[in-house]
Design a protein around this ligand. Structure first.
Ligand SMILES: NC(=O)c1ccc[n+]([C@@H]2O[C@H](COP(=O)([O-])OP(=O)(O)OC[C@H]3O[C@@H](n4cnc5c(N)ncnc54)[C@H](OP(=O)(O)O)[C@@H]3O)[C@@H](O)[C@H]2O)c1
Length: 241
């Protein structure tokens, strides 16, 4: 059934992506949610449906071009329109520069940066149609505070996330006048499975909540067509900028 408003959220099976999916559901968006592991994604999608949201799930590895196309085609088929695209799937693998394994380098660039570029390309016609209607199509790209300040050991992740900020800026210059707005989210440590490795040193309760980041998407959904928010940084109290 065609939807009034619809969104795609990648990396929606946990953490920040799942929190953003909840906000989109509360705001009345029908959604396609995508993530890599099918069982985890299915459980998350069932939770969203139980909250009364209109959701379809498509398991996909966003480092695969064909999987991205499959997500976008399934979304078009089911909902017929795309008002909001959330490029959130991401991974970080630490290594010192001399130890960077090519496979992990490629994986991080593919998931964190290349997939975002391919999603824009494959979604652009639906985003243009939505923008033609209401001048406020929105693309949210989850970068990181590591996309603003380079991090030792997480250097490849930092480089990819800087790329996300640069790509977002380029898209605002290229598509902003057409009513397609892009925002890069740049959080410091958020309490999600991704930061489990660091919780021995930074307690989970001192980390930013996934819902803090998701609330920023609610704000973005309500900004007028005259306002673009290129990026939002989220830091912990006292953290140096
Ligand atoms: N947590 C933080 O401190 C923090 C800070 C700054 C930025 N971020 C960014 O926030 C985003 C979300 O991370 P999170 O913290 O919410 O971590 P998370 O809970 O581990 O969620 C990551 C999501 O991305 C999906 N994903 C990973 N690789 C994928 C792939 N190849 N194809 C499709 N989906 C894939 C995961 O699905 P599977 O579990 O099935 O792989 C999961 O749904 C990432 O882009 C991350 O870089 C996180």
């Amino acid at each position: 059934m065609p939807a009034q408003r619809a969104a795609i959220v990648t990396g929606a099976s946990s953490g920040i992506g799942l929190a953003i999916a909840k906000v989109l559901g509360q705001e009345g968006y029908a959604m396609t949610v995508a993530a890599r592991r099918p069982e985890k994604l299915e459980a998350a999608a069932e939770g969203l449906v139980a909250e009364g949201f209109q959701v379809q799930s498509v398991a996909a590895n966003v480092s695969e071009e064909d999987d991205i196309k499959r997500v976008v085609d399934a979304h078009r088929e089911r909902f017929g329109r795309l008002d909001v695209l959330v490029n959130n799937a991401g991974v970080g693998v630490g290594a010192s520069v001399g130890d960077i394994a090519t496979k992990r380098l490629d994986m991080q660039l593919d998931i964190n940066l290349r997939s975002i570029i391919l999603f824009y390309r494959d979604c652009i016609s639906m985003l243009r149609d939505a923008a033609g209607e209401h001048k406020s199509a929105l693309v949210v790209n989850t970068s990181s505070i590591s996309g603003k300040h380079g991090e030792a050991w997480l250097s490849v992740y930092s480089a990819a996330k800087h790329g996300v900020v640069g790509w977002t800026e380029a898209m605002n210059k290229e598509l902003g006048k057409d009513g397609i707005k892009s925002t890069a989210l740049c959080p410091a440590f958020v309490d999600t499975p991704m930061t489990d490795f660091v919780k021995e040193h930074v307690p989970a309760e001192e980390m930013i909540r996934p819902e803090d980041v998701a609330e920023s998407v609610r704000f973005l959904l309500h900004t007028s067509a005259a306002c673009v928010v290129p990026e939002i940084m989220f830091v912990r109290p006292g953290e140096a900028l």
